[in-house]
Ligand binder design. Structure first.
Ligand SMILES: Nc1ncnc2c1ncn2[C@@H]1O[C@H](COP(=O)(O)OP(=O)(O)OP(=O)(O)O)[C@@H](O)[C@H]1O
Ligand SMILES: [Mg+2]
Length: 230
């Protein structure tokens, strides 16, 4: 499991993450919800080691991650799907996927299960990433993260700006990754219905601190929808 303890982060003089405590149990899906600007992306960037932390612990399967470079965290089993997808628009779909395997020695081809999860990527494997629709690009970003064979998949608002039919596909895929592949998922979301439909556990971030958490099945009775309503 992933354990975050008393994590504090600053951008210059702005205290963004305030003693964040969060546990992400193995083999389950945890949703982190919160309004715009509360620090969700910053927390994920701290997990991946792409922004520095002021103090606190990040422990993954008993290993302290703090001093590991981002690529070593990927090698340790973390996969990251960034907000806004950040695919490479001028590279082909296949090239985008192969970049996701850069931390591994062997694969120079795309494993079948990636195309089985996202058939559209097989159909479009020779097309440029930038020619795909937003939803297809999101699927590509997830496929790219899966290329490193992560044990923990971290996604930052994968439904943002995506058409409803592809949102449903992504939800089904995330459920399969947990149930069939035994993956651990940490999903940052603002789309309440999507989050509630998937969550084994939830946590709510407000002004850089976790203010509520519990079982996914308790989200409605705990009033989580109101907590993130604008
Ligand atoms: N590189 C940066 N330098 C300075 N401040 C930043 C930087 N990135 C983010 N911030 C600020 O940190 C705070 C948290 O931002 P963050 O992107 O983590 O929020 P978020 O919860 O992911 O928001 P959203 O839902 O809009 O994606 C915001 O006030 C934001 O303006
Ligand atoms: Mg964000």
């Amino acid at each position: 499991m992933l354990e975050i303890r008393r994590l504090n982060q600053y951008y210059g003089g702005s205290h963004i993450l305030r003693s964040v405590d969060l546990t992400v149990p193995s083999g389950e899906l945890t949703v982190l919800l919160g309004r715009n600007g509360v620090g969700k992306t910053t927390l994920l960037k701290c997990l991946m080691g792409v922004v520095p932390v002021q103090c606190g612990d990040i422990c993954w399967q008993g290993q302290n991650l703090q001093n590991l470079a981002p690529h070593k965290r990927v090698a340790a089993g973390l996969g990251y799907v960034p907000q806004g997808r950040e695919i490479f628009p001028r590279l082909t779909v296949e090239e985008n996927l192969l970049i996701g395997a850069a931390s591994r020695r062997s694969p120079r081809s795309i494993p079948n299960h990636i195309y089985a999860l996202f058939p559209v990527l097989r159909d479009m494997r020779g097309r440029r990433g930038g020619d795909l629709s937003g939803g297809q690009q999101q699927q590509l970003a997830i496929g790219r993260a899966l290329m490193s064979e992560p044990a923990l998949l971290i996604l930052d608002e994968p439904t943002e700006g995506i058409q409803p039919s592809i949102i449903s596909d992504i939800g089904r895929t995330l459920r399969r990754l947990v149930r069939e592949y035994g993956m651990t998922v940490l999903l940052v979301e603002q789309f309440y219905d999507f989050a509630e439909g998937l969550a084994d556990h939830y946590a709510v971030l407000e002004r850089g601190a976790v203010v509520a958490q519990g079982a996914g099945s308790a989200m409605a009775s705990d009033g989580v929808r109101q907590m993130i309503a604008i």
